[in-house]
Ligand binder design. Structure first.
Ligand code: PLP
Length: 418
């Protein structure tokens, strides 16, 4: 067989560059991680050749005896990992999983109470450009301006007034513990279903480092590629009563053939997450996040909510660098080989394209092996660059930050081969 290098040099060249980028950059995007080589082995396997529409033992195609075994293992491991009554491992992504939840139980136009997107919610929680915002009538709750914490009192009052059919909880940029028990009480008090989207914190939940949404939520979805450290994909879990509706909303409702190579990779990641080592990993993710947050506070930065209980935190640049947009900060840090993303902060005063928040997460650097004592180096590198932007010292600051990033990358190599 002709190797990729020879068969398609253009793709091979971009792939090699991405490989080198991942090796040499410090990855602080909160939704990213470095998965296990065994996950990549499963994903890059002959399973990509197989069509398996349907579910184990109920397929539309022949030759499914081995993929049935794989999907059943994935389902059983997901259930064991999260203590769920039912699991569907077929969603191609977190968004597909959320699509299935809404469509499994809500008529078009139903009212859903979801978290304000600029306060940390996700696109699929009612953005007008997303299917969720187009197909359902979303009303929103958010965080308090003074504390940066979810305002449960306000949420209860809105729920009482609006009587939504469902309440969605979960975020892409919220650094504190979510009180799922309280959300469950509020949902039940108004007769709403509770849907917890734990895409970001799933690994922490699996490891017992963040409280579980079970038994409070009727539906739980997650991505498998963030703190869970698996392949890019989605997962739905629910109470047994909703199992049939969820399965048909996923297939044939929202997707055709499942990606069996990804499902095998999900099964591998669930097995890894069931091992004691994963608990240590998840604890270290939070320790690193808290150490890095502290290092920024010590350098005069303000964090939304003042700190973090999980794998991420948000810097509000308006406090000490009011002229600097998050867009400019992100782009300049890229030049220093430090990767993170701009994000709106609650009560944002800039456009989402410019934004005032820097979202910083530790799942990827923790997979790489970094520990608390490395966090000062990262904070120093970022701080040096941010404070030098637009000054005569910018070039020197970039060079010194890049050198710090290179040293850390060399100290903690990634376990991949090109
Ligand atoms: N839900 C939340 C809270 C997320 O943060 C994300 C992704 O960032 C998703 C859902 C969607 O995941 P995907 O990008 O796989 O569609």
């Amino acid at each position: 067989a002709t190797p990729l290098r020879t068969l398609d040099p253009e793709i091979y060249s971009a792939l090699s560059s991405e490989f080198a980028r991942q090796q040499s950059h410090i990855e602080l995007i909160a939704s990213e991680n470095f998965t296990y080589p065994a996950v990549m082995e499963a994903q890059g396997s002959v399973l990509t050749n197989k069509y398996a529409e349907g579910y184990p033992a109920k397929r539309w195609y022949g030759g499914c005896e081995f993929v049935d075994k794989i999907e059943t293992l994935a389902i059983d491991r997901a259930k064991a990992l999260f203590g769920a009554e039912h699991a569907n491992v077929q969603p191609h992504s977190g968004s597909q999983a959320n699509f299935a939840v809404y469509t499994s139980c809500l008529p078009l136009g139903a009212k859903i109470l979801g978290m304000n997107l600029s306060h940390g919610g996700h696109l699929t929680h009612g953005n007008p450009a997303n299917f969720s915002g187009k197909q359902y009538n979303f009303v929103q709750y958010g965080v308090r301006e003074d504390t940066g914490l979810i305002d449960y009192e306000e949420l209860a009052a809105i729920a009482e007034r609006e009587k939504p059919a469902m309440i969605t909880v979960g975020a892409s940029a919220y650094s504190r513990v979510i009180d799922f028990a309280r959300m469950g009480e509020i949902a039940r008090s108004v007769g709403a279903l509770l849907f917890a989207d734990i895409a970001h914190i799933a690994g922490l939940v699996a490891a017992g480092v963040h409280p579980s949404p079970f038994p409070h939520a009727d539906f739980v979805t997650t991505t498998t590629h963030k703190t869970l450290r698996g392949p890019r994909g989605g997962l739905i879990m629910c109470k047994a009563a909703h199992a049939k509706a969820i399965d048909s909303a996923m297939f044939p409702g929202g997707q055709g053939g499942p990606l069996m190579h990804v499902i095998a990779a999900k099964a591998v990641c669930f097995a890894e997450a069931l091992k004691p080592d994963f608990k240590t990993y998840a604890q270290q993710v939070v320790k690193n996040s808290q150490a890095l947050a502290k290092a920024f506070v010590a350098r005069g930065y303000k964090l939304v909510s003042g700190g973090t209980d999980n794998h991420l935190f948000m810097i509000d640049l308006r406090h000490n660098l009011p002229e600097l947009t998050a867009k400019k900060a992100q782009e300049t840090l890229d030049l220093a080989h430090i990767t993170l993303n701009k994000n709106t902060v609650p009560f944002e005063t800039r456009s989402p394209f410019q934004a005032s928040g820097l979202r910083i997460g530790t799942p990827a650097i923790t997979s790489r092996g970094l520990v608390e004592s490395d966090m000062d180096e990262i904070a120093t590198a970022i701080d040096t660059v941010l404070k030098a932007i637009g000054t005569d010292g910018e070039t020197a600051a970039l060079a010194s930050a890049k050198e710090r990033a290179a040293k850390l990358a060399a100290k903690y190599p990634l376990p991949y081969k090109l």
